[in-house]
Write a new protein. Structure first.
Length: 240
């Protein structure tokens, strides 16, 4: 069962980038083919949208899912964090930095930084990406160093996990704000928006379900440990 579940998740993840790339291609198919400033702007806009969609709809949720995914017995010797979680996060981080550079360039082209009101998409985007670039790696390294010494999770690990969850959710929300900024039904086709949010619902739902399953399993183990300790104390008291 676990192996089938893993296979389904990986198949979805492998297919999603193709859908997102097709979404960008559809939106730019009617644009002129020659290189002029407007065409260059469209290319930057489409690349920014495609890369950020892949990062926040696929890579970061997949990195989070990898920490909770039930593995078959023959794969349980694999160290998930260094072999799966970290490589996915590094790939997502590299793509996000490139997309961030394009986004800043686009914001300069549209004079967002010099206007009286900066769009929420720009503010949330800068806040989210800055947190992931600066804070998350530092927290992850601190947790890793603590784990190597003690074999236990530290407060840095909890902060790293919850900061990452909040940042991913903000990135997902910000994608919708980006579509709204462009104009749904004009530049962004409605069917493309629906397609992206279907992907978001599928992977986000898997992520939420696995987090809840992991939390429930941990709570049951804690309860069993407490019951065992109480029973041992009762047996010890009776024998004395």
């Amino acid at each position: 069962m676990a192996f089938r579940f893993t296979t389904i998740v990986l198949a979805i993840v492998a297919f999603v980038p193709t859908l997102l790339a097709e979404h960008i291609a559809d939106d730019s198919s009617d644009e002129p083919v020659f290189d002029d400033p407007l065409k260059i702007f469209y290319r930057k806009r489409n690349a920014h949208a495609c890369m950020m969609s892949i990062v926040f709809l696929v890579l970061y949720p997949l990195g989070a899912i990898s920490l909770h995914l039930p593995l078959p017995h023959f794969l349980r010797k694999i160290k998930i964090v260094p072999w799966v979680h970290v490589p996915i996060q590094i790939l997502g981080l590299a793509m996000m930095i490139g997309a961030l550079g394009l986004g800043i360039d686009i914001a300069n082209d549209l004079h967002f930084f010099t206007s009286r009101t900066i769009p929420a998409h720009v503010v949330i985007g800068l806040l989210t990406t800055s947190t992931i670039i600066v804070i998350q790696p530092a927290l992850g390294i601190l947790q890793h160093l603590h784990f190597r010494k003690t074999g236990e999770r530290s407060v840095w690990g909890y902060i790293h996990r919850w900061t990452g969850r909040v940042a991913i959710i903000l990135g997902m929300i910000n994608q919708g704000l980006g579509f709204q900024l462009l104009g749904i039904g004009t530049v962004v086709h409605t069917h493309s928006l629906v397609r992206n949010f279907v992907i978001l619902g599928v992977l986000g739902g898997i992520w939420f379900a696995l987090v809840m399953w992991d939390w429930t399993r941990g709570a049951l183990k804690k309860r069993e440990n407490v019951v065992d300790q109480v029973e041992k104390q009762e047996v010890g008291g009776t024998s004395s």
